[in-house]
Every structure is written in structure tokens, then in C-alpha cells.
Design a protein around this ligand. Structure first.
Ligand SMILES: [Zn+2]
Ligand SMILES: [Zn+2]
Length: 292
């Protein structure tokens, strides 16, 4: 994906336009079939907005609206949806990450899994994969890393500001890559408009497919879980030291991470992952078990 972006100047533009058309058509078809009411569409749009607080706000409104409109509440189904959402959210983190490194076999499966998980994380696959490669190339660089752990930043500031920072880094990367081509600078203006539209369309489609209960308790839970997992990995693994430098660590120091790593393919062994990005499960790097 990263190679395609670097090699083909029209790749991103083409992908964004084709996915916009596909998502609009899909949305239209689902609107005929689905009886989901308009407030849920507004919630999906708010949910797809750029900050983590807007995700939490949309989640809160969706929960209130669900209980106000539903006739009978099935607590078993709700608990089941939330549990499944957490499980899928963590696996989505593992799978989109490995797909961006082309670590899923056979090779063609990376694109399919990347696009499916790209739907759930809302960014689409190329947006995630391109920026993730930039993270590996420019780890902890205050300007070039798409999500650096900046000095003095709290975890909340980090997670809430990440999407805005990603958008800004993507724009700078595009302009740096194609600065010798003035006609492409213009195309970024179109891409920049279509990216948030696509995010909103993905959220609307998932709400229409899953309905109010599945959308609220499964989809949003899974999305929040994926975002939280990425934020924990990138904030706490890229640990800022008192002298201002950053040390990359594996997180396996308590029973929660112990269980998570053994259930979700060593997802929090981030130091190992930076040293050996071609391992599907970085915990399997020889002689490197435990927090370092
Ligand atoms: Zn990292
Ligand atoms: Zn990686």
C-alpha cells in the first residue's frame, strides 16, 4: 500500500473517488432496505467526526436514544454485543496492523482484511497503512511521526488529538511527496474533502447494517476499543524519559497485558514489533518475553 502511494501519483485520488462512489451507492441501497431512523444517521456522522470526545459523545447519545426508543430491553443481548465488540475491536487492531505490513498469508488476503477492518476503524485501509509506515520510518520524530508521544502530553490529550494530528501529517506527507507536481497539489483539496465524507458514510453503512442495538453496543464499542488499544500502544510503549528521549517498551507487566498479549497475538509487544515488523506475533521474537 505504501509502495503504491509512493509509486503512483494518482493512487490516493483514485482510491478516494472510487470508495466515495461505492460507499454512496451502498448507502443508497441500504436506505431502501433498512428502516433505521434518521437520528441514528446523525449519530453516525457525529461519531465519524475527528476527535475522541466526539466518539464518546456519539456513544452516549446513541445509548440514551436506544433506551428511549426500544420497546423491550434484552440485557443479555446488550452484554453479548459489548463483549463481542471488545473482542472484535482488539482483533481489528491486530489485523489491520498486520495487513499494513503484508504479514497475512496468502498475500492477497492483506488487502481484503485491510479493507474490512478499514471499514470498522473508519479510515479505510490506505489511510491507515500509509501513515503506519510513516510511523515506522520516523518513529518519535516530533514533526514527521504521525502520532508521537510529545513532551508534557497527557494520555487524554494524546487520544483526543490523534485523529486531527493524523489528518495534518497526511496532508504534509502528500505535499512533501508530490511537491514537484503542482497539478497534484490541487487534487489534495478533493481528497481532503472526500476523506471525512467517506468516514461518515462508513459509519452510516455500519449503523444501517447492524441496526440501533448492533450499531450502538457492538460497532461503537469495537471502534472505541480499537482506538483505545492503538492509543495505549503508541502512548505507553513509546515511553518518554525524564531526559526527553523516548524508549520503546513491550507492555506485559501486569495480568491485564499478560492476558491481552496471549489472546491478541502479542499486540502490546511493541518494542519487539519495531525491531522485527515482519513477525505476525511479536511475542515470538526469541529471548524477549516480558516488559523491557
Ligand atoms: Zn511504534
Ligand atoms: Zn507496525
Amino acid at each position: 500500500m505504501y509502495r503504491l502511494f509512493r509509486k503512483d501519483p494518482f493512487f490516493l485520488q483514485r482510491y478516494t473517488v472510487i470508495s466515495s462512489i461505492t460507499l454512496i451507492l451502498l448507502c443508497g441501497v441500504l436506505s431502501i432496505w433498512s428502516t433505521t431512523l434518521w437520528p441514528w444517521t446523525l449519530i453516525a456522522v457525529l461519531f465519524a467526526h475527528s476527535s475522541f470526545r466526539s466518539v464518546l459523545l456519539a456513544w452516549g447519545i446513541a445509548i440514551v436514544l436506544y433506551f428511549l426508543t426500544v420497546e423491550t430491553v434484552s440485557w443479555m443481548a446488550i452484554v453479548g454485543c459489548v463483549a463481542l465488540g471488545v473482542f472484535v475491536g482488539l482483533w481489528s487492531n491486530v489485523l489491520i496492523h498486520n495487513a499494513s505490513h503484508e504479514m497475512i498469508k496468502p498475500l492477497w488476503l492483506n488487502r481484503i482484511i485491510g479493507e474490512l477492518t478499514g471499514l470498522q476503524v473508519l479510515s479505510g485501509f490506505p489511510g491507515f497503512a500509509i501513515l503506519h509506515m510513516e510511523h515506522h520510518i520516523h518513529s518519535d520524530h516530533e514533526d514527521l511521526d504521525p502520532h508521537p508521544n510529545l513532551p508534557g502530553q497527557t494520555f487524554w490529550q494524546y487520544i483526543d488529538g490523534t485523529r486531527a494530528r493524523l489528518r495534518q501529517t497526511f496532508s504534509q506527507l502528500y505535499q512533501r511527496t508530490w511537491q514537484g507536481r503542482p497539478e497534484l497539489m490541487n487534487s489534495w483539496k478533493h481528497i481532503k474533502l472526500l476523506l471525512p465524507l467517506n468516514r461518515a458514510l462508513r459509519a452510516i453503512i455500519l449503523f444501517k447494517l447492524l441496526g440501533p442495538m448492533g450499531g450502538t453496543f457492538f460497532f461503537i464499542t469495537s471502534h472505541v476499543t480499537t482506538q483505545l488499544a492503538f492509543a495505549v500502544i503508541n502512548f505507553y510503549s513509546h515511553e518518554r524519559q525524564v531526559d526527553g528521549t523516548v524508549q520503546i517498551r513491550n507492555l506485559d507487566h501486569n495480568w491485564i497485558f499478560w492476558i491481552l498479549n496471549r489472546t491478541f497475538s502479542g499486540a502490546f509487544y511493541h518494542r519487539n514489533h519495531h525491531q522485527s515488523p515482519k513477525l505476525f506475533n511479536p511475542m515470538k521474537m526469541r529471548g524477549t518475553r516480558g516488559s523491557i
